[in-house]
Every structure is written in C-alpha cells, then in structure tokens.
Design a protein around this ligand. Structure first.
Ligand SMILES: [Ca+2]
Ligand SMILES: [Ca+2]
Length: 249
C-alpha cells in the first residue's frame, strides 16, 4: 500500500467497524424480549393482555409491592371473571389444562399474559403472592393460582401450579376480606429454546364462584443476557472485521 492511502484506509476501517458493531448490537437487541410494565408501575395492567379482572394495588391495599409503588392484582370473583376454556384459549393452552391442575371443578377466574421473544438460556423472573378467603371454608373450595409458558413454534407447553388453598401455607397477614396470605415468593423459569413465548399468570375459583382468592404479581422481567456476553460478541465481531480488512491489504 502506498503511504498516501493510509489516512483514507484508516477512516474507512473505522467506519466499517462502526457499521458492523451497530448491526451486531441491532441483531442482539432484536432477539431480546422485554416484558412491558412488569412491575405494574403505571398503576394499572397497561401493556398486559388479560381475560377476567386485573388491576394494580399500592400498599394502601394491605400488601407492600416488591418493586416500586404498585403490584398487579388478579381476581377470581366477580362479573368480569372468565371460565377455564376462555383462559386456555387466551394462554394458547390445550382445553382441560387449567381445569385439571387440582382436584375439583374450577369455575371462574382471571389470566394476564404477554408475548416475549427470547433466546435459549434467558429467564423469566417474577414475584407472586396468593391470598384467599377460603381458609375457613371447606377444602372442596380449593382456589389456586398458576403460571404458564407456551412457545409459538418450539412445541413448549408448560403450566405450573404456584399455590392453592389446600397445598400452600398462609403465614402472611392478609388484607381485609381475606383469611390468609402466602407472602411474596420469587419464581424463575429458564427458556430452553429461541422462540416467542406466551407467558401467562392466572388465579382460579374452585367448586363455586364466591369467596374471593387473588394473586398479586410484581417485578415480572426477562433479564437481558449479561453484559459479558454482549462484550464477547462485540469482541468477536471486531476480531472478524480486523481479519477481513487485514487480508484485503
Ligand atoms: Ca411494582
Ligand atoms: Ca373461592
């Protein structure tokens, strides 16, 4: 290479690095899912789709949110609730999936859900809390709450019981109108394949449609892959670019 070409070549290489890095970052960010309003800090379920009755509560309700001022609140009693089949349709679950989670006949409740595009190895993390007005009633009223993860293309269909009137302990101080509260727990789910998943949360009445139970949600996130991973990807692109431009000299 002639000496007088060097300044232009250096600028061209720097520009090429910049473009490649920007494209790499764009590719990474487009593969990273984000839960919208996972902490319900709008004071309502904005960003969430739902079937049933969903709102948000602040500490004045009697339960302190784990992240910020509000937590999501899913109700299983009231005219706005839906039957199991409507929940299953909303969450892309097979008919009978919600119905068969616990012994007894589920009646009505609420689900909230979002679709999120993730890479294999990313995690869903959320805080939940279950309260019930059934603890001094018969065990046949086995109200429960659950979450589900259903892949768009990868054939993943998961539903998990989180708590029920009969299987959980209720050491927490319950808000007015409820007999007991499980207290907050953090649950983590790891996605095993790249895909878009419908992530759902639900609370259900059993045997009758009265004596309210409710599920609270807060801090629902799918954290981005670690900055170390992004750094490694960036370094790999830089090395590749150096080799390409190095060979072209
Ligand atoms: Ca919150
Ligand atoms: Ca009930």
């Amino acid at each position: 290479m002639k000496p007088h070409m060097l300044p232009h070549y250096g600028i061209f290489r720097a520009f090429a690095f910049l473009v490649i890095t920007m494209v790499a970052c764009q590719l990474c960010s487009s593969a990273i899912g984000q839960i919208i309003n996972g902490g319900f800090e709008t004071g309502n379920p904005a960003g969430w789709s739902f079937a049933g009755q969903a709102t948000a509560k602040d500490a004045s309700f009697g339960v302190i949110p784990t992240h910020g001022a509000y937590a999501g609140f899913l109700d299983n009693t009231g005219n706005g609730t839906v039957v199991a089949g409507q929940m299953e349709n909303a969450l892309h679950l097979a008919i009978g999936t919600v119905t068969n989670m616990v012994p007894g006949t589920p009646t009505r409740g609420t689900v909230v859900f979002q679709d999120v595009a993730v890479s294999a190895g990313q995690q869903l993390v959320f805080d939940w809390n279950f309260m019930s007005d059934e603890l001094d009633e018969s065990p046949i009223f086995n109200d429960y709450c659950f979450y589900s993860v259903v892949g768009n293309t990868a054939g993943v269909t998961n539903i998990f019981l989180l708590a029920s009137r009969n299987s959980s302990t209720f050491p927490g101080s319950a808000p007015t109108g409820y007999d007991g509260l499980t207290g907050w727990s953090t649950t983590t789910y790891t996605f095993l394949a790249n895909d878009t998943y419908r992530v759902g949360f639900g609370v259900m009445n059993v045997t009758d449609s009265g004596h309210d139970s409710a599920m609270m949600l807060d801090g629902v996130v799918v954290p981005e892959p670690g900055t170390i991973s992004l750094g490694l990807i960036g370094a790999a692109f830089c090395l590749a670019a150096r080799r390409i431009w190095g060979q072209s000299k």
